[in-house]
Design a protein around this ligand. Structure first.
Ligand code: ADP
Ligand code: ADP
Length: 228
């Protein structure tokens, strides 16, 4: 579903963030990208939704070279969850969740019905939380809204950048487990960036272990942990 072919990214200041990266992620697979800060994980992820363009090489999503795909059209295919969630502070939880369907031109009532369904799916009763504003939620609840919003247009691919990084360890573990239960039903193709090796092991069908600008291991958690 996601394929990198000899992808290199050099930023204008000369930093090589990612160097000749090739890998493939199967449909319905959850791959964690793990490694220390600055090793190229976020750059890798942002080349999948064209927030960053490769310097050389190709990125394919669902068999299509995305270099030719309009970034707005990519939103239909690719959901994105980031650590600081980035909810619109002056929009209700329901309207935040309906953002992408609205951008895609759904009728307002349809977009809202869909948003309510997704809030329910992430464990937030829309009748209780739908009319609140982001500031009226806990950190964990805001992250859940972030996941609901990313899934609202039912994209086959979900990108998650430190999605559970901003909450305390107890809430983090709960959100991780909730997401795994959700993933078992929705079966998205997921790239999840984390610097937390335990999270990478717990969440990943496979894990991509980064060194500086390169993936040093790409395998199941059991194999990575068992490796010498
Ligand atoms: P990670 O997600 O693993 O922390 P990043 O992909 O954010 O790593 O960064 C990889 C490298 O690229 C780092 O050296 C970082 O400083 C550099 N980098 C990231 N974004 C930019 C940018 N916009 N301009 C220049 N260098 C950048
Ligand atoms: P979670 O585990 O979902 O992140 P917390 O344990 O942080 O939730 O918060 C517990 C409860 O406190 C939540 O159900 C939420 O409704 C409420 N709460 C937390 N922060 C706020 C806030 N800023 N305004 C209103 N309610 C809040």
């Amino acid at each position: 579903m996601i394929r990198f072919e000899h992808v290199t990214k050099r930023y204008p200041d000369g930093t090589t963030a990612v160097d000749d990266l090739s890998f493939e992620v199967a449909e319905g697979e959850l791959v964690t990208l793990v490694g220390p800060s600055g090793c190229g994980k976020t750059t890798t992820m942002m080349m999948v939704n064209r927030l960053v363009e490769p310097t050389s090489g190709r990125v394919l999503v669902d068999g299509e070279d995305i270099a030719g795909v309009d970034p707005v059209a990519l939103r239909r295919k690719i959901g994105y969850v980031i650590q600081q969630v980035g909810l619109f502070p002056h929009r209700t939880v329901l309207d935040n969740t309906a953002t992408v369907p609205s951008l895609l031109g759904w009728k307002k009532a349809d977009a809202r019905a869909r948003a309510a369904e997704l809030l329910d799916l992430v464990g937030l009763d829309p009748a209780v939380y739908g009319s609140r504003y982001p500031a009226q939620l806990s950190g964990g609840q805001r992250q859940r809204v972030g996941v609901a919003r990313a899934l609202a247009a039912d994209p086959p691919v979900l990108l998650m950048d430190e999605p559970f990084g901003a909450v305390d360890p107890v809430v983090r573990e709960r959100l991780q487990n909730e997401f795994l239960a959700l993933q078992a039903t929705v079966r998205k193709t997921v790239l999840l960036v984390t610097h937390d090796i335990e999270e990478a092991v717990r969440m990943g069908d496979r894990m991509a272990v980064y060194g500086q600008g390169r993936i040093e291991q790409f395998d199941t958690p059991a194999t990575v942990l068992g490796a010498p």
